[in-house]
Design a binder for this molecule. Structure first.
Ligand code: ATP
Ligand SMILES: Nc1ccn([C@H]2C[C@H](O)[C@@H](COP(=O)(O)O)O2)c(=O)n1
Length: 458
């Protein structure tokens, strides 16, 4: 407050007529913002220490997550709690369903199939992602699941959820939330012959931590930081997915491939930004080898992994970069190499898919998920192609997709696309050189060639 009021009242008076006033103000504003962020983090950390037991984080479509805990867990002195429960505002019920099994591949697959089943269970309900965890031991205690919002209180929903609990009683936990005179109660159900209410606790909304648990769990569940992490997930998956076994056999687990003397240039961007067009032209102009990730040798299993849960799907794409790196290393001994998508695609799409809501929920700049894995061949230059949404729509239409279906897709995914592009821009070491690819093919090529000449020995 002191800093803000200083900025608002004292500075204008002191600096009136001074030419550097806007710059001073901007610096002060940025400094204030960073201090406020630090304060919020400290306050959140303090809040976390007060809540020692089960916490729940609910993903929100546009804002940061909503957090709640059992009232008994919150010390009487703690501030930041509230009975306000946005989901039960118009009456109705809410339910939470969490996967309790600790085996990560099995848990991830069960969560995916439950998500599908819940969404189709009763028309009109809303299903949002939920995490249940103990703040002091996030990774050890994490359970993923859903909050099911039933504002119209459908009679058959509770029965269907109980059916789901009966079928998966060892692997899931079901709770129901109701509001009575301004207080919200959680009932926990268990199968004991019949489905019975085991206990009932009051729940309260609390402040959440910064960064959110959705950000904290990205690494290891969707963004991988080493080949070993990827292999470990694929080996576990091989027990239930035969293609994972075949994929593992394609990976040469020898030494990390070393880049040759010629430059390696990666072209990245959202779909229809012109990557294929540009990479083909660069291939001709630079007499380069053109490669892509996933490479042809493993692309036949792509569909299988695309249909899998994030943990497994992203492991496939992460591995595809390590497989492509072997070809890139060899090719760069004889010519420049152009790569159509590589690690930045894998990380940016994974982050944007896993983080709900808007861009503000993305991990902060310099977060570990934006760093290049140490054991993956590093390109000399990464170029990110960007075009406006209108131009992208135009190009996709011209490419021949169904207009209405495509338009719907595009509208629904506007936030997602913004998040992918912002995640690309935050990648580090190497970061992306951004090119406006809205210009003509010739202009984009010319611009790219001049950037390549500036960055690479060509
Ligand atoms: N600079 C440009 N100006 C106008 N049209 C372009 C330009 N570059 C590419 N296009 C056209 O836009 C469409 C998409 O281009 P392209 O297939 O190269 O994109 P992409 O990024 O490789 O897409 P995807 O990732 O979906 O494979 C194609 O029809 C292509 O001919
Ligand atoms: N190295 C790569 C390449 C692709 N992906 C993922 C990211 C998107 O989900 C999808 C886009 O591919 P396209 O439709 O352009 O063929 O594939 C990745 O994660 N890593």
């Amino acid at each position: 407050n002191t800093i803000t009021s200083c900025c608002c009242f004292r500075f204008p008076r002191m600096m009136a007529g001074c030419k550097t006033f806007p710059i001073v103000c901007l610096q002060l504003y940025l400094h204030t913002r960073s201090m406020l962020r630090t304060c919020t983090r400290m306050a959140s950390a303090a809040c976390q220490h007060r809540v020692k037991s089960q916490m729940y984080a609910v993903e929100s479509a546009c804002k940061s997550p909503f957090y709640f805990t059992l009232k008994d867990n919150v010390s009487p002195v703690s501030s930041g709690t509230s009975n306000a429960w946005p989901f039960l505002a118009q009456g109705g019920y809410a339910h939470s369903l969490c996967v309790t099994t600790s085996q990560r591949v099995q848990a991830a697959r069960l969560q995916k199939s439950m998500g599908k089943e819940l969404t189709a269970m009763v028309p009109g309900i809303q299903v949002v992602k939920l995490l249940s965890y103990i703040p002091d031991n996030l990774h050890g205690s994490l359970q993923r699941g859903f909050l099911i919002l039933d504002s119209q209180h459908h009679h058959d929903l509770q029965n269907k959820l109980e059916g789901l609990l009966r079928e998966n009683q060892q692997d899931i936990q079901l709770c129901t939330y109701t509001e009575e005179e301004g207080r919200v109660w959680q009932s926990r159900w268990e199968v004991n012959g019949q489905v019975k209410e085991m206990d009932r606790s009051e729940v309260v909304a609390v402040n959440g931590p910064m960064p959110s648990p959705f950000v904290e769990i990205l690494r290891g569940s969707a963004v991988y930081s080493s080949l070993q992490d990827v292999l470990s997930v694929l080996r576990e998956s091989a027990k239930v997915i035969p293609e994972a076994e075949k994929l593992l056999k394609c990976m040469d687990l020898g030494n990390i491939p070393e880049k040759g003397s010629h430059p390696v240039i990666v072209i990245e961007g959202l779909d229809a930004t012109g990557k294929s067009t540009l990479t083909e032209s660069l291939k001709q102009h630079l007499k380069a080898t053109l490669l892509r990730s996933p490479p042809d040798s493993i692309s036949r299993w792509r569909k299988t992994f695309d249909d899998e849960t994030s943990l497994i799907k992203r492991a496939y794409y992460a591995l595809s970069n390590y497989v492509a790196a072997v070809d890139i290393a060899k090719a760069s001994e004889v010519s420049p190499v152009i790569v159509d998508r590589f690690w930045h695609s894998t990380a940016a799409y994974a982050i944007a898919t896993e983080i709900g809501g808007n861009i503000q929920n993305l991990p902060d700049h310099h977060h570990v998920v934006y760093q290049w894995p140490e054991d993956l061949l590093k390109p000399d230059l990464v170029i990110l192609l960007t075009v406006s949404d209108e131009e992208r729509i135009h190009r996709i239409r011209k490419r021949g997709l169904q207009e209405t279906q495509e338009e719907k897709e595009l509208e629904a995914n506007s936030m997602f696309r913004q998040k992918v592009e912002e995640a690309y821009r935050r990648m580090e070491n190497p970061g992306c050189v951004v090119i406006d690819a809205g210009a003509s093919r010739e202009a984009v090529l010319k611009n790219t060639l001049s950037i390549i000449k500036r960055h690479c020995d060509i």
